[in-house]
Design a protein around this ligand. Structure first.
Ligand code: DAH
Length: 351
């Protein structure tokens, strides 16, 4: 038996040292050390031996087992390190850059708009999106049940009403910041630009239930329409380009008197209303002008509601959609405005 143990050990060592893969080693491990392997077969024979031989043979078998075990594990380490060495690694290859995100197109637009107004002394503010009826309507000269309110398809918040401020709403326009700003600054001069989210019950290719507006408000002694027009022209030149002009069209808002719609000269035909080469109608605009949004001289009732004496002070205000204004700047043809708020990176990466 002693000789058989030696033979098995030698044979195992020879095979292990000649193995070429880890899988082959595993097969050899099962062959020699497995439950039905050669070593276990030897162990089974020991109880039948003469008592004085048992101890000696037992030790020999154990010795053979541990030699086989060690050879197996040494060989495994050797094979694995060889494998690692064969995959060539070039440490001078530049690393893989993780993709870097960027600001959303509308965040960029808001920053740009704010920057233009900050240059001429406007202060950027933000007021609550969940707002009282008072600031969104009543203080802006739109009493309860007034038909002018229909223009704003408002979301009402199901909450207790306040005796002074009325019901809670999701603010449908940034004009709700006008009286708040008058209360905050207490005394003119006021020069605010309020850029914030607004909400209306609307959803189609050109409307989203949540959108952004920027609202300008200037209140001081002797403010008049010339100041309004000058500010709008300044913005148009800065934001759209040096050639662009604005025009005021009479309109009606409850919170301004007089009120206007502001148009900007079309960037394609430059106000000519026809394409210069062919003499045909301009593709982008209808009559040489594009509509931007509302503006006007602050109504005396609104000043009073903000604690400002309309006999001493006057002001102008304007409020436009950020999405709309930005799309007019870049001539972006966005088929469905709702894609701005989708998570589609193929779309968003373009800006
Ligand atoms: N708040 C108006 C709207 O959402 C826009 C507007 C019109 C704002 C005239 C003004 C303004 O400040 O003077 O349609």
């Amino acid at each position: 038996m002693e000789e058989r143990i030696q033979n098995i050990k030698n044979e195992a060592m020879a095979q292990i040292l000649g193995a070429e893969s880890v899988a082959e080693l595993e097969e050899l491990r099962i062959k020699y050390l497995g439950r039905k392997g050669a070593i276990n077969e030897l162990v089974k024979e020991i109880p039948n031996l003469l008592p004085e031989k048992k101890g000696f043979m037992g030790r020999l078998v154990n010795e053979a087992r541990s030699i086989i075990e060690n050879t197996l594990s040494d060989k495994k380490v050797e094979l694995e390190s060889k494998k690692a060495k064969t995959t060539w690694f070039d440490p001078t290859i530049p690393g893989i850059k993780p993709p870097i995100g960027h600001l959303h197109i509308l965040t960029q637009a808001k920053e740009e708009i704010a920057g233009i107004f900050e240059k001429i002394g406007f202060v950027r503010v933000r007021y609550p999106e969940v707002e009282w009826d008072w600031f969104a309507f009543e203080s802006l000269n739109m009493p309860k049940q007034h038909p002018a309110r229909d223009e704003w398809e408002t979301f009402f918040v199901d909450s207790a009403t306040n005796p002074k401020y009325g019901q809670m709403v999701l603010t449908p326009h940034t004009s709700s910041g006008q009286v708040r700003e008058m209360e905050r600054s207490k005394k003119p001069p006021i020069r605010m630009v309020n850029i914030a989210k607004c909400y209306r019950r609307q959803s189609d290719v050109s409307h989203t239930p949540m959108f952004h507006q920027f609202e300008g408000l200037v209140v001081d002694a002797g403010i008049n329409i010339v100041n309004l027009k000058g500010t709008l022209d300044y913005f148009a030149r800065q934001f759209f380009g040096a050639q662009r002009k604005t025009r005021l069209r009479p309109y009606h808002f409850q919170f301004t008197e007089p009120s206007f719609e502001v148009d900007i000269s079309c960037g394609i035909c430059n106000g000519a209303a026809h394409s210069t080469s062919s003499g045909q109608g301009c593709k982008l605009c209808k009559a040489g002008w594009l509509e931007l949004g509302g503006a006007g001289m602050v109504h005396p009732t609104v000043l009073k509601n903000g604690g400002i004496d309309p006999k001493k002070y006057s002001g102008f205000a304007f409020g436009w959609g950020v999405e709309r204004t930005y799309m007019m700047k870049s001539g972006l043809q966005i088929g469905d405005i709702r894609t701005l708020y989708s998570a589609d990176l193929r779309f968003l990466k373009q800006f």
